[in-house]
Design a protein around this ligand. Structure first.
Ligand code: FAD
Length: 382
């Protein structure tokens, strides 16, 4: 019997586990998913959690029910890809024949003070701590560092939910710089309407207990700082001897196997996946297809077939601007913006459909049906 271990119960690990269990049923393979928490975290909605919304609690055992995947709760502390063993924090050791690594990323804390003084989106508990801290503030300033889509969504959400707080978005470039001129102008107007102060061209050199320091020495006071500027793979991937890129992500080949240890597949934010447009960046949109791709690739290998190369293309950049506004930028497969974008009500409905799609789509996967994420796989062939 082949033992398949999936590390990480986020969007990509769950998708990979369900798909590989379905595809390898005839071989009698045993699939086990390991996750630190018993809870499925809707990472796409962490900015809503930060703003104070309490989302439905989804147990991983419920999410996986009926898929044939066993769940093991535990924090992975080490991986030995030569002995094919994984160590957990409680002292257990799990062996495997094939491994799918889907442990996501952690905040890049290379700027001094981030680890000590900034709030981060590393997990649900950390996000709840930010929200609880904000609950204690009757006035004051919140700095959101980073003008990527996570920073923009967070600034807008916090400003709308907590209008008594002054939200400052600090970014090196312009917020939403990857969008078309029209979509970016819409985004700028929405941030202005919500009272978010945007400071573009800000290079933060240090996070302090009560603010940040910019290059040039200017100090900006804050009562809470949220850091969203970038992420890295967990140190344990490099420590295990797997080949990783400069951001600690596992480098994979065309069928999503580690280039150094082919019994290990890597998916989602944790993987450096090269496509013809370059290395994919961390999104759910691209991550779930990598989970499906790795599962198919692994299943094909077990069944003695040659897996086809993984191909992916982006379709959209969906951005919420609080609960009452949104902008959806449609993209070319390489994620560059097309001319079309959606705003207002249609965009809110679109964004909500995207954010709520994973759980019902996991149900389809259990039945072997094609989920909506196949759009990205089709776009990759164009
Ligand atoms: C606020 C916010 C909004 C976003 N919005 C969008 C969006 O609109 N569209 C989009 O496509 N993407 C969006 N993203 C990005 C998207 O959420 C990620 O790309 C996606 O979650 C990656 O999935 P993953 O499974 O690779 O990693 P994760 O979702 O991070 O899952 C990793 C899992 O591994 C577990 N884990 C980690 N370390 C260990 C360990 N040592 N032992 C055991 N378990 C461990 C974690 O608990 C987690 O369950 C957003 C991200 C944020 C933070």
């Amino acid at each position: 019997m082949t033992d398949i271990l999936v590390l990480g119960g986020g969007y990509t690990g769950v998708a990979a586990a369900i798909r590989v269990a379905h595809r390898t049923r005839s071989t009698g393979a045993r699939v086990t998913l390991v996750n630190a928490s018993p809870r499925f975290t809707e990472r796409l909605r962490l900015h809503q959690t930060a703003a104070g919304e309490r989302l439905a609690d989804h147990a991983l055992t419920d999410v996986l029910a009926g898929s044939g995947v066993e769940f093991a709760q535990g924090r992975v502390t080490a991986l030995d890809p030569v002995r094919r063993q994984v160590s957990l924090g409680d002292g257990r050791t799990l062996g495997y024949d094939k491994l799918i690594y889907a442990l996501g990323t952690v905040t890049d804390a290379t700027v001094p003070g981030v680890a000590e003084h900034a709030h981060v989106y590393d997990d649900y508990a950390a996000t709840v701590r930010l929200s609880e801290h904000l609950d204690t503030l009757t006035s004051g300033t919140v700095i959101v560092a980073g003008g990527g889509l996570t920073g923009v969504e967070s600034a807008a959400e916090l400003a709308e939910a907590r209008p008594h707080l002054h939200v400052v978005l600090l970014t090196r470039g312009r917020p939403g710089s990857m969008m078309s001129t029209g979509a970016r102008a819409y985004l700028d107007r929405a941030l202005e309407r919500l009272g978010v102060e945007v400071r573009a061209g800000a290079d933060i050199t240090k996070v302090l207990p009560d603010g940040v320091e910019l290059a040039g020495g200017e100090l900006i006071h804050s009562d809470a700082t949220l850091w969203t500027t970038g992420t890295r793979g967990l140190p344990l991937a490099a420590e295990s001897g797997l080949t990783v890129d400069e951001r600690g992500r596992i480098v994979v080949d065309r069928v999503l196997r580690s280039v150094s240890h082919p019994d290990v597949y890597a998916v989602g934010d944790a993987a450096a996946v090269t496509q013809k447009f370059g290395v994919m960046h961390g999104t759910c949109q691209g991550g779930i297809p990598t989970g499906l791709g790795a599962a198919d690739s692994l299943a094909a290998t077990l069944l003695g077939r040659t897996p086809p190369p993984f191909r992916f293309g982006y379709v959209h950049q969906p951005v919420s601007l609080g609960r009452r506004d949104a902008v959806i930028q449609f993209t070319h497969p390489d994620d560059s913006p097309r001319r079309w974008y959606l705003t207002g009500r249609a965009a809110i409905a679109y964004k909500e459909t995207v954010s709520s799609s994973p759980l019902p789509q996991f149900k389809l996967l259990k039945r072997g049906l094609v989920p909506v994420w196949a759009f990205g796989l089709t776009a990759g062939r164009s």
